[in-house]
Ligand binder design. Structure first.
Ligand code: HEC
Ligand code: HEC
Ligand code: HEC
Ligand code: HEC
Length: 340
């Protein structure tokens, strides 16, 4: 099934899924953590992406693998939730670790911190497709534009969050950084997401890896055009995932309040952006948003809206040329704001 069809299917089953818990609604691909059975681990990337791996190893995504389970703060959260282990079991592994299925596939094991596949999708089904130029001897230089487009779309259909469509990677960040889990926040007293997570500032500091253009040698900064797309896409994904988080809110407490406020802020920023862009897809997003009520126990409506926003966000990333976004340039955070 292509992505659009998956979303339509997800929309149709959203009502059915309404009473099910988060991890139990496979109809909606973006809610799901990685499938541990399809995770290869970063070693599977290292042969061809050594520079990316080296960059990643210096980020907290990787380094906290060795420290999180020892922190008192983490132990307190786990105790409040009645969890005996942080590295094992479903809850923390989803966002703090890379889960891989054990040999007998009965349990997922944390093999590293947040890693390549946490952002780019579990790789088993796409790893051989994403760099397939047509034959074992074919090179990138010989590849036709049509073949390249097909290759990228094949990789995405096989589950790759390919940065050729920046929305797909943005969704990964927000899946974790909005912490859409009511019990974790209200009972565990975990933070209700990262405050002020803005995609450009958060991705262009220590997380940035951009080596392909220089065959692995130089970690280049992105062009202004690409940064503009990244910025707008980040605002759209913020709205999508704030809606998803609010959809899970059932009680008047920290979680529900924070996620509703976050959604309201994200929508206001998008309305502001639209005064500069007047973009038809953002127009459709705001129209969809106008119909929803930010209230507790409104899962079905909020989730349906989030799913619409997701489809439009992906379309925006696919169709938009950063050259046409010059009017957002003044809004971009400067390099001094990048997360170092
Ligand atoms: C056998 C070599 C090889 C392996 C193994 C490999 N890659 Fe790649 N990867 C490539 C090549 C070559 C490209 C450039 C493709 C192109 O020209 O578009 C690429 C591109 C990418 C891109 C950028 C998207 C794109 O299409 O340009 C991402 C993201 C990526 N790889 C992630 C990974 C991850 C994650 C792993 C490990 C699970 C991995 N790769 C394993 C060779 C490899
Ligand atoms: C939905 C994603 C998600 C889940 C599930 C999750 N966390 Fe977190 N956690 C985060 C994010 C994102 C941060 C960073 C927040 C920030 O930017 O301040 C974080 C931060 C933390 C911190 C603060 C210290 C630090 O290293 O930044 C602790 C402690 C922590 N989490 C423990 C846990 C424990 C224990 C569990 C399981 C019971 C858990 N988390 C489950 C996403 C999650
Ligand atoms: C699988 C979940 C997950 C995904 C996906 C994810 N993050 Fe994170 N990220 C975390 C957690 C958890 C932490 C906190 C690590 C810790 O301190 O224990 C974190 C920390 C960070 C930090 C370091 C913050 C600091 O205070 O130093 C940055 C920067 C960051 N993430 C950016 C991103 C960006 C950009 C993306 C997407 C391109 C992304 N993250 C995707 C879970 C995730
Ligand atoms: C926190 C999320 C995150 C993690 C972890 C992550 N990536 Fe990426 N990756 C991105 C984003 C976002 C982009 C788009 C970058 C851009 O255009 O700035 C990207 C781009 C890429 C690219 C194309 C750009 C280039 O030339 O390097 C490759 C290849 C890649 N990633 C491979 C990897 C590999 C291999 C790992 C594991 C070592 C990894 N990524 C870990 C978020 C992530």
């Amino acid at each position: 099934m292509n992505l659009a069809a998956r979303w339509i299917a997800a929309l149709a089953t959203a009502a059915l899924a309404a009473s099910l818990a988060r991890a139990e609604s496979p109809e909606d691909p973006h809610r799901l953590p990685l499938d541990p059975k399809q995770v290869l681990g970063h070693e599977a990337c290292e042969k061809c992406h050594a520079s990316e791996v080296a960059t990643w190893k210096k980020t907290p995504h990787s380094t906290t693998f060795l420290t999180l389970h020892q922190s008192k703060e983490a132990a307190d959260i786990a105790r409040k939730l009645g969890l005996s282990s942080i590295k094992r079991g479903q809850v923390c592994i989803e966002c703090h670790y890379t889960p891989q299925a054990s040999e007998d596939a009965t349990q997922a094991k944390a093999i590293s911190g947040v890693s390549c596949e946490s952002c780019h999708g579990a790789a088993q089904k796409w790893v051989k497709l994403h760099n397939d130029y047509g034959s074992p001897t074919a090179t990138k230089a010989q590849e036709s534009a049509a073949h390249q487009a097909q290759r990228i779309s094949n990789s995405i259909a096989a589950g790759m969050r390919n940065p050729h469509n920046l929305y797909l990677v943005a969704q990964s960040c927000f899946r974790c950084h909005t912490v859409p889990n009511e019990k974790l926040v209200n009972v565990g007293k975990h933070k209700a997401g990262t405050e002020n997570f803005e995609l450009v500032a958060w991705s262009q500091g220590l997380v940035r890896h951009n080596f392909l253009e220089s065959s692995g040698k130089v970690n280049r900064s992105l062009s202004d055009e690409r940064l503009r797309v990244l910025y707008v896409v980040g605002q759209i994904a913020d709205l999508e995932f704030s809606l998803r988080a609010t959809a899970e809110a059932t009680e008047k407490a920290a979680y529900g309040v924070t996620s509703a406020q976050r959604t309201d802020r994200a929508a206001k920023r998008l309305i502001e952006l639209q005064t500069k862009l007047n973009n038809p897809l953002i127009g459709q997003i705001l129209d969809a948003y106008k119909e929803v009520k930010l209230k507790l126990n409104n899962r079905e409506q909020l989730l349906a809206c989030a799913i619409k926003v997701a489809a439009l966000g992906e379309q925006f990333a696919a169709e938009t040329d950063g050259k046409d976004l010059a009017s957002v340039q003044p809004l971009l955070p400067g390099a001094e704001k990048y997360k170092k």
